[in-house]
Design a protein around this ligand. Sequence first.
Ligand code: DGP
Length: 113
Amino acid sequence: MTEKTIFSKIIAGEVPCDEVYQDSKCLAFRDIQPQAPIHILVIPKKAIPSLKEVSASDKELLGHLLLIASDLAKKEGLENWRTVINTGAEAGQTVFHLHLHVIGGRPLNWPPG
Ligand code: DGP
């Protein structure tokens, strides 16, 4: 059996989180190592390792995650924000459970490092 990721443990309630939203398909909580005043992670409850492993059957779920990210950014009062999905270790992915970062509350430079 594949080892549970920290995010699967958070979904299962085995590890606490600072939750901001959840529904039947996703959970959103504050990042433990925030990179900006607002830094929320939106994750599917389905354990998909990364954007590499998605398929057409995940279309609705992926759209749902983006809509929730947008709602939460607006609820946090953000006018400008960045939505990031790191895919693969060399792109900065450290937790292999698909997640969207919603980052804002300070000016954000481009390109990212
Ligand atoms: P990434 O590098 O894209 O895989 O982002 C993983 C993020 O997850 C990183 O910003 C730190 C955050 N993180 C890791 N472990 C925990 C945890 O136990 N709780 C919370 N809230 N965030 C975590």
